[in-house]
Design a protein around this ligand. Sequence first.
Ligand SMILES: Cc1cc2nc3c(=O)[nH]c(=O)nc-3n(C[C@H](O)[C@H](O)[C@H](O)COP(=O)(O)O)c2cc1C
Length: 196
Amino acid sequence: MDVTKAIHKRRSTRSFKDKKPDWRDILDCLDTTRYSPMAGGYFTLNFLIIDEKEKIKEIAKWSEQDWIKEAPYVVLFITDAGIATNVYKERGELYSHQQAGGAIQTFMLSLIEKGLSSCWVGHFNEDKIKFLFKIPNSRKIEAIIPVGYEKEKPKTRKIQAELYNRVNYHEWGNKRMHRIEKVEHYYPEGYKNSKI
Ligand SMILES: Cc1cc2nc3c(=O)[nH]c(=O)nc-3n(C[C@H](O)[C@H](O)[C@H](O)COP(=O)(O)O)c2cc1C
């Protein structure tokens, strides 16, 4: 699938069909994350794939988001920041989070190609979820991603950000790519002194 098409097609899905995806498709999509940019090429992520209904209910509870219960799969993105901080000191922490974000987007776009949908969940009780799944304290849960087949089409969205207000050129605050020079009118040969 065309990348731009996948980017436009991706929506946050919060309602899933009962049909269970093939877990190997999810694994394939996690495989694509290995191609995401990582500072120095150090891969700082681990994943946890969950399909037990009772466990998914617990995730919904500790995320205060009931809709997650419907998801046939939930994938956790887990960072080991130590890998990056060993090399990049305090910048390593930032890099770990940034590259997790990039990898999450890569994963979500790959799911689109498989006909699957997902939602990035950032609101959850990290301590409780770590305890539930025996995740070491040294790790950071970057996001919880429920995955499945979309049940209802999401409402059409209005993209908030106007590009014009966001892009600066040459220096902060300059909204024009080039200064507009005084434009000399072009008169074709022979019309030089005629009134147009
Ligand atoms: C860092 C982050 C955290 C988010 N956390 C949640 C969340 O906890 N629950 C939820 O339903 N959506 C969450 N979202 C999804 C956004 O609400 C969603 O991307 C946004 O409303 C735009 O809709 P779209 O994804 O369909 O374009 C999160 C997205 C990001 C990037």
